[in-house]
Design a protein around this ligand. Sequence first.
Ligand SMILES: [Zn+2]
Length: 495
Amino acid sequence: MTWIDLSVKTKIMKQQISLLIISITFLFAAISCQTAPEPDGNGLPKPKNIIYFVSDGMGYNHLLATNYFQHGEAGMQVFEQDDWVHLAQATHNLGRVSGSDTIFTNGYAPRNAWEDKQYVMYDYTDSGAAATALSTGSKNLRSHLGIDIDGDTLTHVSQAAKALGKSIGVVSSVPFSHATPAGFVVHNSSRHNYGEIARYMLFHTRLDVIMAPGHPFYNDNGKRSEEPSYRYVGSEAVWEQIASNEGLTEIADDENVYFVQDVDGNGVRDPWTFIDAREDFVALASGPAPGRVFGVPKVRSTLNQGRHRDEMAEMPFAQPFNENVPTLEEMTRASLNVLGQNNKGFFVMVEGGAVDWASHDNHLGRVVEEQIDFNNAVIAAVEWVEANSSWDETLIIVTSDHECGYLTGPNHPDPVNEPVVNRGQGNLPEAQWNSTSHTNMLVPFYAKGPGANLFNKFAGEKDPVLGPFLHNTDIANTIFLMWGKPEIEIHRLTY
Ligand SMILES: [Zn+2]
């Protein structure tokens, strides 16, 4: 059985919500925005490029702990500076009352969050529902990726980018078929269908760049593994044919024949260029590059967070990083150079995926390491904008999908959700973990570039401590206002 081509109607839907646009346009015109690019149609800015950073699991205290360790003071990251939009973001998802069709959402109640030590531990989202909200603008049930509660297709912002002729990519420090990167491009009822998701990403989407772990032949220490695992990469046959780098456009396994997509719309299918060596990621950071890159570093589930799993040192950087594995920063530089070749622009989602994993482990040292790599990836993007683009044409978003671990200061719950306590540069702050899972706490949101001010318009609720907050769905919906929202015809795997 063959695949049905994913076709994205290039016709941009005239917005059904024109009234909303008109009012937003009016509001936007009334504020003094930073130099906007040529407005198009609805008068809103139309970013050429969007770089969308998601630090999975990052709450305010994760960021604060990292600042204290790195700098001995708060607010030191590039995206925390005054020329960025600062908001908070509510992450709650939808739930279904078991045994019924009743749908509910927990919402986020600021008073409860700051008075009831248990409140944020109930009805928290997962990375599937959160990625779907961040990517499609629709809240969702846990574990769903790019489909709504009835199983219908949702449009991803990456598909809006593609409809405009832009290149698209996903980059992560955890496997490419994992919830967040997958949640920005696929349509599947379960984030756990790794094989199906991987094949969907490789053959059914029009992704130009995939860079993330999942390598079958290496373990989490970046060492050759005796037992290969094809869990994250589709199947053994799919992996072998793509990794052979023979420019195949047709790939078969025992059950199916798959075709790579025509990603640039010139009528010719575009094969993947495969890389796995660190030096190949580093080399891709500048100069001419292949059009379509599938990069899987030589490590299984995460770049560095899983190394020395049995004897993790408490302090960040006490154990050397995996030598032959690129950092998230290096992969980000490579992805921007590849995607930046398209003169129509690009969309890329870069995920710091293992901040969440270290938080599930309640391991603050690893959280700080992962968050620093994420922060460095944002710096790399800022440098790319300033060297190769401008703040008139590139929008950078930095946010999270949910908090993980209920990380607080040592005296929580008195006061509830106390900030971590500074012990100076080079030291981990005084902190307390209150959960090994996610919470419903607000997470940070930052943006800079064309359209960044629009996000302020959606922050209609206010937290007494963290200030105005928007909802995770507002981010994608703002992008759709600027880029349009294409109708999507074919949504799911058909076998
Ligand atoms: Zn998690």
